[in-house]
Design a protein around this ligand. Structure first.
Ligand code: C2E
Ligand code: MG
Ligand code: MG
Ligand code: MG
Length: 281
């Protein structure tokens, strides 16, 4: 039944593309998709880093690497646009390898000044199906001289649904090596609680959609507060994403949410801006 449900969901998605009646978005999709191999080959991507801060004193603990692609012809291509296309075309693992190497090199440099600074990197479901993933991560760590315990991999609940056994096996090996595993966008996936039970996770990132209206929505307060309590009972660290104002930051701190991330503290920053931000803090 679960398979049938997934399938009908996918069919609906496909239909939507054709039902828009506009050629333009579809054309853009084709162009972006076609440009991905060249963007990989010629390293046209850059990374920005968004600080993650401690709930109490807002000290920086870690940062999340987020990919950016500014193309001379296509303009700004957001990751929400091209990551799914790279997944479909089988190019995502090449991108992930670049992100891992690049961000770990950068963290290696920053750790000379901030030895405790952590790094989070987003993985796609398709990456978890790659037998070479562990070797890639371990060699990127070794080359950058960064400890495994500094690295967190972020996976969404949906990243695990395609081949849960294989995905969980890989994540378990990463955990055994000291790498942290975060469940990204928690609460938005299919059957979040069931997913949680089988995941070798160390951290739970509550999705921005629950945080956005937190200060004004009683339902969201209840959901977020009980999610934090549940996560703590399961031994998980909790991160809130999309914290955009002081009221929300204060509420989350009062709920004992461990780590806060969002525009209120900082947008994702280029290397230069990140260094300036650190000096200022
Ligand atoms: P995500 O991993 O959940 O990343 C958080 C997204 O929320 C980022 O969008 C970030 O810029 C945005 N954000 C952070 N704080 C706030 C806030 O206070 N308000 C609002 N409105 N937004 C905030 P971004 O960089 O556009 O990335 C979107 C998604 O693309 C990411 O969601 C992730 O799923 C994917 N992604 C980004 N970089 C990579 C990557 O290197 N590899 C993979 N596989 N996926 C990536
Ligand atoms: Mg993430
Ligand atoms: Mg997220
Ligand atoms: Mg998200």
């Amino acid at each position: 039944a679960q398979f049938a449900r997934n399938k009908s969901k996918q069919q609906k998605k496909t239909l939507n593309i054709y039902q828009t009646g506009e050629d333009e978005p579809y054309l853009r999709t084709l162009q972006v998709s076609a440009a991905i191999p060249d963007a990989i080959k010629n390293e046209k991507f850059t990374l920005v880093y968004q600080p993650q801060v401690r709930k109490t004193d807002h000290q920086i603990l870690s940062c999340e690497a987020l990919i950016r692609w500014q193309d001379p012809e296509l303009g700004f291509v957001s990751p929400a646009e091209f990551i799914p296309l790279a997944e479909q075309s089988g190019h995502i693992f090449a991108i992930t390898q670049w992100v891992l190497r690049e961000s770990l090199q950068q963290i290696g440099k920053w750790q000379k000044v901030l030895p405790e600074l952590g790094l989070s990197v987003n993985l796609s479901g398709a990456d978890l199906a790659e037998p070479g993933l562990l070797d890639v991560i371990f060699s990127a760590l070794a080359d950058a001289q960064v400890l495994a315990t500094s690295l967190t991999v972020e996976v969404t609940e949906s990243a695990v649904v395609n081949d849960p056994e294989q995905a969980i096996e890989q994540l378990t090996k990463l955990r055994a090596a000291g790498i942290q595993v975060a469940i990204d966008d928690y609460g938005t996936g299919y059957s979040s609680l069931a997913q949680l039970r089988g995941m070798p996770a160390t951290e739970l990132k509550i999705d921005r959609s629950f945080i956005m209206h937190l200060a004004s929505q009683e339902t969201d307060k209840t959901i977020v507060q009980s999610t934090i309590n549940m996560a703590h009972k399961l031994g998980l660290k909790v991160v809130a994403e999309g914290v955009e104002d002081e009221d929300t930051a204060k509420l989350l701190a009062s709920y004992q949410c461990d780590v806060l991330q969002g525009y209120w503290f900082s947008k994702p920053l280029t290397v230069d801006d990140f260094e300036q931000w650190i000096n200022k803090e």
